[in-house]
Ligand binder design. Structure first.
Ligand SMILES: *Cc1c(COP(=O)(O)O)cnc(C)c1O
Length: 220
């Protein structure tokens, strides 16, 4: 199937209330441009270097999301233009984003990445850590960031019940924090599990290979 067919196919499956983040990592400018011309304005990349190479070559009204693990020393390279950092997984990183955003006199949207998968390798906060950090934000810390929601990745497994269980943990936390201060974005679901994520309450999905095709090399 062509990129256009893939894209339309995904769009057809998404309720109007669910945001699509088109994950373009490893794919060339030409492919991103093609999807952009189909009307897609929100794209996700997982590596700072790749993003900073692509950014100047693409239309300026693209809303860029960083979705991969971010090292504090690299925040400065994207602070001027990044719309949302979905992969905030430590207070140290949040502090750094806050500091760099202040230099540009702007606010950067962030999602707290929560560890919901069983796998040891996935980055993210434990539930209690996230609660504590969110409370600091509600109390007025981090004035140059806006915590707009939560992000999580389920375990890579065929076991649908396991995936549902993990998404539900994130949805429950989202609903709970939302009582303290309204949140906009619950980002969960990728090419293989986004329909389940939406059933479990996701209002933003990160879809790469189902739009752009398989990536040539494996991604962390
Ligand atoms: C690569 C990636 C995706 C997209 O994965 P696909 O399976 O290609 O849809 C989503 N979220 C994160 C954090 C990723 O790194």
């Amino acid at each position: 199937m062509s990129i256009q067919e893939n894209y339309n196919n995904i769009k057809d499956q998404l309720p109007a209330t669910v945001q699509l983040v088109a994950v373009s990592k490893t794919h060339p400018i030409s492919a991103i441009q093609e999807v952009y011309e189909l009307g897609q304005k929100v794209f996700g990349e997982n590596k700072v270097q790749e993003l900073t190479e692509k950014y100047p070559l693409l239309p300026k009204d693209i809303e860029w999301h960083l979705i991969g693990h971010l090292q504090t020393n690299k925040v400065k390279y994207i602070a001027e233009f990044i719309d949302t950092i979905q992969s905030v997984d430590s207070e140290k990183l949040l502090n750094e984003i806050n500091k760099e955003a202040a230099k540009y006199n702007r606010k950067i949207n962030v999602l707290l990445q929560i560890k919901i998968a069983e796998e040891e390798t996935k980055f993210g906060f434990e539930i209690e850590e996230a609660r504590n950090l969110f409370q600091k934000f509600v109390n007025g810390e981090f004035s140059n960031v806006e915590i707009t929601g939560l992000m999580g990745m389920a375990t890579f497994t065929e076991d649908e019940n396991q995936v549902r269980k993990e998404f539900k943990i994130l949805k429950d936390l989202f609903d709970d924090l939302n009582k303290t201060k309204p949140l906009q974005t619950l980002s969960m679901g990728m090419s293989d599990d986004f329909p389940i994520a939406i059933e479990c309450g996701a209002n933003s999905v990160r879809v790469g290979s189902a739009i752009f095709g398989r990536r040539d090399y494996s991604q962390s």
